[in-house]
Design a protein around this ligand. Structure first.
Ligand code: COA
Length: 712
């Protein structure tokens, strides 16, 4: 239902900083939601005009109240609606008539309650759209902007002013995070409870937060991204301006579907989100903790120049744990310059470690710690520093915190995070560091995760400017392809026959092995002679998907009598293997010289469209899982090249153990053609080419087996 809203500059500024707000359903009764909303708006010191609307009251919370929207003395830019569901349509109609631009519909009882609610929601949306209004909700907690300031919600509190924009599909998560943030002193710029996302979705609010001029990082908690294409467009337009971190929950059920192809099975249900987020430079948090750790890192730290991390610690064990975490999260342990190592060697005791992780050892006092940290931080080979402390009796954590804060000021361009391990002993020092803008965690892994988020975002920012070559898919016969698909539809088949699949490939300029369908042995021999021996025979049956299981594929047939025998054996075998399967005959193929066996394919994600897959092919595809994915939409040469180079198959293509390199350009070209085919024909649900033989450079590729499944 949700769709991308119009493009152009953000159109939601007035929703967060309206000239005037009406609260429809404002109430004098404490404990009613309409009371809380009005009180929150007043308490947030909102400076615009405020109109409580209630049919029975003249005054609520010291404000003049109006019986209807029409009775309000001035125009209303934003209306917050908290009346029971049956009363909502008339209120929305009123809003439309009186030029209200933005609605926040708090009321519940829509699609979250089932079919009847869904119908109610559709009607509500139609009404909103009819008047060209924009709606947050229904079924939401409301929105807040600390910079306006405006608290148009019924949350119990108002966040501290800050630079984190937080969007949440769950009102309960909003409420909990708000409460927690107040207890730890974390500030927000915007706080949005997305509700049912009937009209405005996270896509709209991401855009608004990216353009508001004060949100430094955008956090989302979502259960789905319904408008995948709008999401990709919006995030691409934001580019690397504002980091976006998303916690996407509900992975297991969201995209669950039955997959009949390798590509579909390997794509799984949640992979499209990973692929889309990766391509768009969005960081995916796996836990709530990670979501906020990253937010804190982005709002307090500069981006690192690179991924080299140095550790300063006063104990070995935690240093090793942190080192493991650094490698596990794709960061590198920095190599200290000889100069730094020499400095450390001169000043630290011989039992210390002068290399990364630098261990000042357990008897260090704050002076020794300070000395080590100063030199490590100044080292040109270090992009960011993790300061770790466990508290033996001889060191005062407060003094160490003071030195970290002071030294850091000398190098403001390098991220510094801390992990002070312990409880009460390090609590005050931890607070001191956090207050000074240095994230400090109880455990090393969280600190490393924060650093890795910064480095990943920096790497994304630095990705080559998008001078990507879009793949030119020339020599394509769209009408021919459309006719093949239409033919299968007419026959009410969802799996194309082998000859149809081959013809479809040819229509898109994808080289396929010469082949033909034989309904009798004589015809099989005739085809074999036409292609030239040796040939391959395969059973042609839409029901039999795994032909090798019963000997339904016969290779290397050299003579007409071998072809004749194989024909009858395959047909008999197929009848016995699957008696109810329709056997269309036997496919005769030219036996190709063996190349590097690759797989490529497409599966369709309901939100993000076709997903392109590439990897090592053959019969062990599911076992080896050497595959990579990209969204087919907008696939560029560079993106596909990156996708190919991520796999182990790439090592084979480049020429493994003295073998000559393969025709990688032809592989990329075919992937581009598959991507184009999948985009131009949304009726193709899944497609597998397995194997595709890749030959030596300049000799191209050849698709051996192609399976195309149409949507039901
Ligand atoms: N125009 C203006 N005011 C109206 C009105 C209208 N058309 N219709 C009713 N009102 C007034 C009522 O008179 C009442 O004021 P009062 O206390 O002075 O009598 C006020 O609006 C609220 O109506 P009431 O019938 O008392 O409803 P309520 O406050 O019990 O419930 C909702 C209204 C919206 C809160 C409720 O329907 C609801 O949806 N609750 C769930 C909200 C929720 O959980 N959202 C998701 C959070 S994540």
């Amino acid at each position: 239902m949700a769709q991308a809203s119009q493009s152009g500059p953000s159109h939601l500024r007035g929703m967060f900083a309206p000239q005037s707000v009406a609260v429809v359903g404002a109430s004098r009764s404490q404990g009613k939601i309409g009371h809380s909303i009005l009180k929150n708006i007043i308490d947030s010191a909102y400076g615009g005009a405020l109109y409580p609307v209630n049919p029975r009251e003249d005054e609520i919370l010291g404000r003049r109240s109006y019986p209807s929207l029409a009775a309000c003395p001035g125009p209303v830019e934003l209306a917050v609606i908290a009346v029971p569901a049956p009363a909502v349509p008339a209120v929305v109609e009123d809003c439309g008539r009186h030029g209200v631009r933005y609605l926040v519909v708090i009321t519940a009882g829509y699609k979250e309650v089932g079919t009847e609610g869904l119908t109610r929601e559709k009607d509500l949306l139609a009404l909103v759209r009819r008047y060209g209004m924009k709606m947050l909700g229904p079924n939401c907690l409301g929105l807040m902007d600390t910079h306006t300031p405006l608290n148009a919600s019924f949350a119990a509190g108002f966040p501290l002013k800050g630079e984190i924009a937080f969007l949440s599909q769950s009102g309960a998560v909003c409420a909990a995070i708000l409460d927690w943030s107040l207890s730890v002193g974390l500030g927000f710029s915007k706080f949005v409870s997305l509700g049912n996302k009937a009209d405005l979705t996270e896509v709209d609010f991401i855009r608004e937060a990216a353009e508001d001029g004060y949100s430094k990082v955008i956090l989302c908690y979502v259960e789905d991204v319904v408008d995948g294409q709008g999401f990709m467009d919006t995030v691409a337009a934001i580019g690397a301006g504002t980091p976006i971190v998303i916690l996407k929950a509900g992975a297991s059920q969201a995209g669950a579907r039955a997959a009949s192809s390798h590509t579909g099975a390997l794509a799984g249900s949640d992979l499209a989100y990973d692929v889309a987020f990766h391509q768009a430079g969005v960081l995916r948090a796996r836990t709530m903790e990670e979501l906020f750790d990253l937010a804190i890192a982005f709002t307090t730290q500069p981006l690192p120049a690179g991924d080299r991390v140095a550790i300063v610690t006063n104990s070995g064990g935690p240093g090793i744990i942190a080192t493991d975490a650094i490698e596990a999260r794709g960061l590198k342990m920095a190599e200290l310059t000889r100069e730094t190592v020499e400095h450390l060697r001169q000043e630290l005791p011989p039992t210390a470690s002068f290399y990364n992780p630098v261990d000042v050892i357990g008897d260090a006092d704050d002076h020794r710690y300070d000395f080590a940290f100063r030199h490590v931080l100044a080292d040109p080979g270090v992009d960011s520093v993790l300061c770790m402390l466990t508290r033996p009796a001889v060191i005062d954590p407060m003094l160490v915190a003071g030195s970290i804060i002071a030294r850091r000021r000398e190098h403001p361009a390098k991220p510094v995070v801390a992990a002070f391990l312990g409880g009460d002993n390090v609590a005050a020092a931890t607070r001191e560091l956090i207050a000074a803008g240095i994230p400090c965690f109880n455990f090393p892994e969280r600190a490393v995760t924060a650093l890795s988020g910064l480095a990943r975002f920096q790497a994304f920012r630095r990705r080559a400017p998008r001078a990507d070559r879009t793949i030119a898919v020339e020599g394509v016969d769209r009408e021919g392809a459309a006719a093949i698909l239409a033919g299968a539809r007419e026959d009410r088949r969802v799996v194309l026959l082998a000859d149809e699949s081959a013809a479809l490939m040819r229509a898109y300029g994808i080289p396929v092995v010469p082949s033909g369908l034989a309904t009798g042995a004589e015809q099989a021999v005739a085809l074999a002679e036409q292609f030239g021996y040796p040939v391959v025979l395969k059973v042609a049956s839409p029901q039999i998907l795994h032909k090798t299981d019963f000997g339904g594929v016969r290779l290397n047939l050299e003579t007409s009598s071998e072809v004749t025998d194989a024909f009858f054996e395959i047909v008999d075998g197929a009848r016995r293997y699957q008696p109810r399967a329709a056997i269309h005959g036997v496919e005769v193929q030219k036996m190709m010289r063996v190349g590097i066996e690759l797989i490529m394919g497409v599966s369709r994600d309901v939100h993000f469209g076709p997903l392109l897959m590439f990897g090592l092919g053959g019969i062990y595809v599911n076992l080896l899982k050497d595959v990579s994915f990209r969204l087919a939409r907008g696939a560029t040469w560079e993106e596909i090249e990156a996708m190919v180079s991520e796999t182990k198959a790439y090592a084979l293509l480049r020429g493994y153990r003295g073998k000559p390199p393969a025709d990688v350009d032809a592989v990329i070209d075919v992937l581009g053609r598959v991507a184009a085919l999948a985009q131009e024909f949304p009726g193709i649900a899944e497609l597998d080419i397995n194997p595709l033989f890749a030959y030596e450079r300049g000799e191209g590729v050849c698709a051996l087996d192609v399976k195309v499944t149409l949507s039901e």
